[in-house]
Design a protein around this ligand. Structure first.
Ligand SMILES: *Cc1c(COP(=O)(O)O)cnc(C)c1O
Length: 445
C-alpha cells in the first residue's frame, strides 16, 4: 500500500480503503462471500482510485462528420500553437512587458498587428469568445440606445447565444427592422432616429433563408450608417481569413471583405474557421477599438496568456498561405480529399468486421460531412463512413452499440442514421486510425 499512498496521497487511500471495507461488510451481512485476501483488497482499492482520478475532460474521436463541432471542442490547435502554450504556461513571459522600453506593455500587442494585416483593419482587440466580443461592442457603443438589426438576422447559436438576449444584457434596445425574409435599405433608413446608436448585421451562420428574399448588401448598410454618422458593425461568426473559392470550397465571406465593404467593426470567433483557440476578435476602426479597450468590461473578458500564445501562433501560419492546408488542422480536415478518406475506410473496415462482423453488417458508405459551427450550413463535403447496422434490425441494439463506442477509453462519437451507426472518417487521420482500431477489442457489448 505504500506505493498507493505515494501515488494518491494518504487521505484518498484511507477513504477508498474505508469504503471498500464497508462494501465488504455489507456483502458479508447479505450472505455473500467476497474476496478478503490482502491482494484482492489492494487491487480493488487501486482500481477505485484509478477510476476516481480519471479526467472527465478527455480526447474523443469526432466521427460525427461535423469538423468544427461545438460540443466536441471545435478547432484542433496547430502544433506550433501547442508548443507556444506550453512555453508561456510553464515559465514567466513578457505577456504585458515591453522588452524595448522595460516598461509595462500591452498583452494584445502579441496579436493586434497580425490581425490588422490579415483583415485590413486599422485596429483590433481580442476577448474570451465571439459572444463576449459582441457583448463588449454593443455595451461600449450602444448602451441605453437603439441597435438596428434585420428581423431575418435574429440568430440563435447553439441555444446559448441569441442576438436579442445578448442585446438586452449589453444594455441596448433592439430595434428590429424589415421582415423575416425581406429587409430593405429603406427599412433601416426609416428606423433611424435620435436614439439610434448602431447598425448591426449578423451573419446567419447556421441557417439560410431561401425563396422570396432581400437584404441590403454590406456596402449599402455602411453607406446608410455613414450618412447618419453611426457605426456599422458585422457579427460575422466564423472568422474566415482566406479565399475559400480558391481552395475549391464553397464561398464563405472573409473578415477582410467585411472591412473593405465598409464595416466599422467586425466580430468573429477564434476557434471556428480561423482554426485557433477559443477567442472573440474584433477588427475595425481605431477610434472604436480604443473605446472598446477602455470599457471596464474588457478587463473581465480579456484573454489569458495561453490563449494569446496559441492565437498568435495560429495567426502567424497565415503569413505562409501556401502551407496553410498542412499547418492548420481545421483547413486540412475541411479540404481533405474524398479518396483519402475512402482509403482510410477501406483500411479500417476489416478491423470492424473482425470485432462486430457476427452481429452487425459493416459497410462503407458515401457520407456528407459539414464544416460545422455555423459555416456554410447548407453545403456538404463528400466523405466516407463506416456504417454498422445490427443484423437483428433492433433499434435498442443500435443504441447500445453507440453507447459502447462512447464508453471506450477514447470515446468514439458517431451518429445514428437510417438504422445504422455512422462513423464519418473525415476527421480520422492516420495515427488516430491506428489508435481507433487498437481499442476496438475493448468494446463492451
Ligand atoms: C458562433 C457565433 C457566435 C458565437 O461565437 P462564440 O465564439 O461561440 O462565442 C456569435 N455570432 C455568430 C453569428 C456566430 O456564428
Amino acid at each position: 500500500m505504500t506505493a498507493d499512498v505515494d501515488q494518491w496521497g494518504h487521505g484518498r487511500v484511507t477513504e477508498a480503503l474505508r469504503e471498500h471495507l464497508s462494501d465488504l461488510r455489507d456483502s458479508i451481512t447479505s450472505g455473500g462471500s467476497p474476496d478478503l485476501g490482502a491482494q484482492g483488497i489492494r487491487e480493488a482499492v487501486a482500481t477505485k482510485l484509478t477510476v476516481r482520478s480519471a479526467s472527465t475532460l478527455k480526447p474523443v474521436f469526432n466521427l460525427t462528420g461535423i469538423v468544427l463541432h461545438s460540443n466536441l471542442g471545435r478547432a484542433h490547435l496547430p502544433e506550433s500553437a501547442i508548443a507556444a502554450v506550453t512555453a508561456v504556461a510553464t515559465r514567466a513571459s513578457n505577456l504585458e512587458f515591453d522588452l524595448d522600453s522595460g516598461k509595462r506593455g500591452d498583452r494584445e500587442s502579441h496579436v493586434e498587428a497580425m490581425l490588422c494585416e490579415l483583415t485590413g483593419a486599422e485596429a483590433a482587440t481580442a476577448v474570451n469568445n465571439n459572444a463576449a466580443a459582441v457583448l463588449l461592442a454593443l455595451n461600449t457603443l450602444a448602451m441605453d440606445r437603439k441597435v438596428l438589426v434585420s428581423r431575418g438576422e435574429l440568430v440563435e447559436i447553439g441555444g446559448s447565444f441569441r442576438v436579442p438576449e445578448i442585446m438586452t444584457r449589453a444594455g441596448c434596445l433592439l430595434k428590429e427592422v424589415g421582415a423575416t425574409n425581406r429587409t430593405h435599405a429603406k427599412d433601416y433608413e426609416a428606423a433611424i432616429d435620435g436614439e439610434t446608436a448602431l447598425l448591426m448585421k449578423v451573419h446567419t451562420s447556421n441557417y439560410r433563408i431561401e425563396g422570396f428574399t432581400a437584404r441590403p448588401g454590406e456596402k449599402e448598410l455602411a453607406r446608410i450608417a455613414g450618412h447618419h454618422g453611426l457605426p456599422f458593425m458585422i457579427d460575422l461568426g466564423s472568422g474566415n481569413l482566406i479565399d475559400f473559392g480558391a481552395l475549391g470550397l464553397p464561398e464563405e465571406p472573409t473578415v477582410a471583405d467585411a472591412i473593405s465593404n465598409g464595416a466599422d467593426l467586425v466580430t468573429f470567433s477564434g476557434d471556428k474557421l480561423l482554426g485557433g483557440p477559443q477567442a472573440g476578435l474584433v477588427a475595425g476602426r481605431a477610434d472604436l477599438i480604443a473605446q472598446l479597450k477602455a470599457n471596464p468590461l474588457k478587463r473581465a473578458l480579456r484573454l489569458d496568456k495561453m490563449t494569446l500564445a496559441a492565437l498568435a501562433e495560429t495567426l502567424k501560419l497565415y503569413s505562409h498561405p501556401e502551407k496553410l492546408r498542412e499547418t492548420l488542422p481545421t483547413l486540412r480536415l475541411i479540404t481533405r480529399d474524398a479518396h483519402d478518406i475512402r482509403a482510410v475506410a477501406k483500411a479500417v473496415q476489416p478491423a470492424f468486421e473482425a470485432v462486430l462482423g457476427g452481429d452487425y453488417s459493416v459497410g462503407i458508405e458515401a457520407a456528407h460531412s459539414q464544416i460545422g459551427s455555423g459555416s456554410l450550413p447548407v453545403e456538404t463535403l463528400p466523405s466516407s463512413a463506416i456504417t454498422l447496422a445490427p443484423l437483428s434490425g433492433d433499434d435498442r441494439e443500435l443504441r447500445q452499440l453507440s453507447s459502447a463506442f462512447r464508453q471506450l477509453p477514447r470515446p468514439v462519437i458517431g451518429r445514428i442514421h437510417d438504422g445504422a451507426l455512422w462513423l464519418d472518417l473525415r476527421c480520422l487521420e492516420d495515427e488516430d486510425a491506428t489508435q481507433l482500431v487498437a481499442q476496438l477489442r475493448e468494446l463492451e457489448l
